[in-house]
Design a protein around this ligand. Structure first.
Ligand SMILES: [Zn+2]
Length: 359
């Protein structure tokens, strides 16, 4: 049997250990290489001319041969005016890439030895860049869709519940509670939880080659898992005529009007005998759930879309080597332009709203 792709040595062609052995200039040159392909063909961000512009080695800056503008390798990117050395930035990026379930900012701050605020802004900028290059074109072929609940506090409030003598007694108590308050009745503690609850719906296109899982992921933060959201997302992001697989939630029933819709009865099985499942969508949730449970311990609605998209990116690039992912991640940073959401964050400039899917 073929070796699992994660065990391959070729995967480890870039690591934080490797960055540790690099000098500040090597790290800077890596940025230049990824942005412009080298020193021979730098691009002036002011006038856009590609040339071998005048390089001032001591300042790691260029002067444009045509418009005299000064620029550096981070000009016009989220890292513009950075105070961190290139080595620390590259080290942080290596840690970010190696963390399969995402990275906590506390961990990042400790590992790179940077201020917690610096770590938060750096992480925010990486997520912002990935959000900028998220999949937006229509998915085709076979698509798995599912919704999952994320965010909010644990439901049990201040007091411990007396232990139940049996499962039967526990179930009876639950039933009594439902009878008393009605199915919609929620205690005060529960409302607190629901205020910050959101539904992450993800749509995943399967790789054309069988056995390679999904290769493109689109996520959206919704206020409910219902027909309106499901139809809006599916019609925006899926080519008509594609095969769509979901569980038997009533939210997805109407999809059969536009797509070849197949369902798996989740109460009984994970996949039907003829191969219908939404396992790739579940697989995405597995990663996001591990982030919320084991890495960050909390997920705020305001940044849920950023994080959900980061995990979608991690899913999609999971088979790449570390160096390929470094190029993709830094490529997305260089495409982003100046940061819209994190520039001046600690001076009070930050995105006012969450990024909800609007129907
Ligand atoms: Zn110029």
């Amino acid at each position: 049997m073929a070796q699992h792709f994660l065990k391959s040595a070729a995967l480890r062609d870039f690591s934080s250990g490797g960055v540790g052995n690099m000098g500040e200039t090597d790290c800077f040159e890596r940025f230049v290489e990824i942005r412009w392909g080298g020193f021979e063909s730098t691009v002036c961000p002011q006038c856009g001319v590609i040339d071998k512009h005048y390089y001032r080695r001591t300042r790691k800056q260029w002067r444009c041969k045509h418009c005299d503008a000064y620029f550096s390798v981070t000009t016009g990117t989220p890292f513009e005016d950075h105070k961190l050395p290139f080595k620390k930035m590259l080290y942080a990026i290596a840690l970010f890439l190696a963390a399969a379930n995402g990275l906590s900012i506390h961990r990042l701050s400790r590992d790179v030895n940077i201020n917690l605020k610096t770590a938060q802004v750096l992480m925010g900028k990486l997520r912002e860049s990935l959000y900028g290059v998220r999949h937006q074109e229509k998915l085709k072929g076979t698509i798995h869709i599912d919704g999952g609940h994320f965010g909010g506090r644990p439901r049990n409030g201040q007091f411990r519940k007396p232990s139940q003598s049996s499962i039967r007694a526990h179930v009876e108590e639950k039933l009594m509670a439902v009878k008393k308050k009605g199915r919609q009745g929620r205690s005060a503690a529960n409302w607190k939880r629901f205020k910050k609850r959101r539904i992450v719906i993800n749509l995943r296109e399967l790789h054309p080659e069988k056995g390679l899982g999904a290769s493109k992921t689109i996520t959206a933060i919704c206020m409910a898992e219902n027909e309106d959201y499901a139809i809006s997302l599916a019609r925006t992001f899926i080519e008509p005529g594609s095969i769509v697989m979901t569980d038997e939630s009533p939210a997805y029933t109407q999809l059969s009007s536009w797509f070849d819709h197949k369902t798996v009865p989740h109460a009984v099985m994970f996949a039907t005998l003829d191969g219908v499942s939404d396992n790739q969508a579940e697989s995405y949730f597995s990663r996001l759930r591990r982030y919320t449970v084991g890495v960050s311990h909390r997920i705020e609605p305001k940044y849920m879309a950023d994080i959900a998209n980061e995990m979608a990116w991690r899913e999609d690039v999971r088979r790449n080597t570390m160096r390929e992912n470094l190029n993709l991640l830094l490529g997305s940073v260089f495409k982003r332009g100046k940061s819209q959401w994190w520039r001046g964050y600690w001076q009070g400039v930050n995105r006012p709203t969450e990024l909800l899917w609007v129907i």
